[in-house]
Design a protein around this ligand. Structure first.
Ligand code: SGN
Ligand code: CA
Length: 514
């Protein structure tokens, strides 16, 4: 009589032990082009690559709304923005909602999140959390603790987030499986790397994208309105660390007082010894500007290089910290039973069309890097070309640990795909909807559908349509919407778009779309 409950308990404990742990590492604005497992053009990221080599790499992973808060709410809920309510960064996530971490917690998981949160309300569904206020700071970062108080940590954000995550792993209840979300701030704007990578990356020169100097002429209203040009909108001092002192006597480049204050605030957080050396290195940029007074495309040429140097140096630090997590898993015998994911909250323009930032449904920003390692379940080196979307993560995690996927989640589990039980997903087209207007970078609201071959985008505030053939025009520069031969495809894509909109229950742009 008495043995039975003991045996049951033992059985349950053994089962609990076997259920996989999940570590989900997500950086902010890390484009796939800046990961060597995807492209060798810009940077070598040996640690991130190791996840792909020992697991699966997704070559066609996309988001549903290419911006931070909404991507995070989608991770938590497995829903599109119109369902989870987080349509843009200005809103607040409703923390009373049922989420994937809450479901895992109810299923016996220990759950934690460390790093960028960006959903305004306090995290719920986590046994442990330590999050950056808003966008967070790169140096001497502040964290909001579970008591609601805020404390400053010594060091560089990417290192601190990793250390705090590993500390939690050390202190966790070792009898339970866990979910750890490790969310980096880097390499988000203002792209501030730690000194050791500034040293290395400011010496490098990077290839220019073919469309760096593209003219906006002949493109639609949305292109005319956007303010994401490296030349015009990226700031020399606060983004590219040019000391304002070098710009004061060049009227066209002179920073305003807000930018000077921002520049000073960034540098004043850097500990003194490092600050002097950083300023010394960045001095070269100021001296060059003073000497050459570059304008137009010549200025763009330099700004692009400096953007890449700083952005990629931030990425190098992310890669180093991914290495620390991998090493921790090896040393603590956790590698085998842990599903490890690396991704970003969305893609990022790295000079294509002369742009930075994201938001658009074009592939550059709709795409996101995604790789998963799960020894014994995912074959090393697996390449996945099926289109997947960030609505799929929550259902995948629930599925991986053997829990039921609630029917209100809108994504599909990727587990059968990564484990090789399935080769084709039961979904042929991806739905997309971007809302944040008017805001930074002034990208108009749009929705659309991405198929394997064609993409249809509708900028509804100006009633403009764009249709692209991704096979012949992967850079999405030739709008086919008025080309007679494509009218049949246009009609088909419009029908698919309306069908998906209704299926996913999005009412923002209702009725027949013409
Ligand atoms: C900040 C940035 C923008 C960026 C948004 C959203 N400006 O406002 O360039 O698009 O964040 O980014 S900054 O001058 O404050 O750096 S997101 O990744 O959080 O959605
Ligand atoms: Ca982001």
């Amino acid at each position: 009589m008495r043995l039975l409950p003991v045996l049951m308990l033992f059985g349950l404990a053994a089962h609990a032990q076997q259920r996989p742990n999940i570590i989900y590492i997500m950086s902010d604005d890390h484009d796939a082009k800046a990961i060597s497992a995807y492209s060798k053009e810009l940077i070598s990221t040996p640690n991130i690559d190791r996840i792909a080599r020992e697991g699966a790499i997704f070559n066609n992973a996309f988001v549903a709304n290419s911006i931070c808060g909404p991507a995070r709410a989608t991770l938590l809920t497995g829903q599109f923005s119109h369902k989870n309510g987080m349509k843009d960064n200005l809103l607040r996530f409703d923390s009373s909602k049922v989420t994937m971490p809450k479901l895992l917690q109810a299923g016996g998981y220990q759950t934690a999140i460390v790093g960028k949160w960006h959903l305004k309300s306090y995290p719920t569904g986590f046994d442990f959390w330590k999050v950056l206020p808003g966008q967070g700071l790169y140096v001497e970062p502040r964290f909001i603790n579970m008591q609601g108080d805020t404390s400053t940590y010594h060091g560089y954000a990417t290192d601190v987030i990793t250390e705090e995550g590993l500390k939690w792993l050390d202190n966790r209840d070792k009898n339970k499986p866990f979910l750890l979300l490790l969310h980096h701030k880097a390499p988000h704007r203002y792209f501030l790397p730690p000194l050791k990578f500034v040293e290395a990356y400011t010496k490098k020169t990077f290839p220019e994208p073919a469309t760096l100097y593209l003219s906006m002429e002949g493109h639609g209203k949305a292109w005319q309105l956007q303010t994401m040009s490296i030349l015009k909108d990226m700031k020399l001092s606060s983004d590219l660390k040019v000391d304002p002192a070098y710009l004061m006597d060049i009227p066209s480049l002179k920073p305003d007082s807000a930018e000077i204050a921002y520049y000073n605030a960034i540098f004043n957080r850097i500990p003194k010894e490092d600050r002097a050396r950083m300023k010394e290195i960045y001095k070269e940029r100021g001296e060059l500007i003073q000497r050459l007074k570059p304008q137009g495309n010549e200025l763009l040429k330099y700004k692009y290089q400096w953007y890449m140097q700083d952005y990629l140096a931030c990425v190098a630090s992310v890669d180093e910290n991914v290495g620390r997590v991998l090493e921790y898993l090896d040393k603590n015998n956790l590698a085998k039973n842990t599903l490890l994911i690396y991704t970003s909250d969305q893609g990022m323009y790295l000079g294509q069309n002369g742009w930075f930032d994201k938001r658009w449904m074009y592939d550059v920003s709709m795409r996101t890097p995604l790789m998963m390692r799960w020894p014994g379940h995912i074959k090393p080196g697996k390449q996945i070309n099926q289109m997947v979307q960030n609505i799929d993560y929550a259902p995948s995690f629930l599925n991986a640990v053997g829990q039921k996927i609630p029917d209100w989640m809108q994504g599909i589990s990727l587990v059968p795909l990564v484990t090789g039980k399935q080769t084709v997903l039961p979904r042929k087209n991806l739905y997309y909807h971007f809302y944040e207007y008017k805001a930074d970078h002034t990208v108009l609201q749009h929705l659309g559908v991405r198929g394997e071959r064609y993409k249809l985008i509708y900028f509804y505030p100006v009633n403009e349509w764009e249709l692209y053939d991704l096979k012949t025009d992967s850079q999405e520069l030739i709008n086919l919407v008025n080309v007679p031969e494509y009218q049949k495809i246009l009609k088909e894509m419009k029908a698919i778009l309306m069908k998906l909109r209704d299926q996913y229950d999005d009412h923002e742009v209702a009725g027949e779309l013409h």
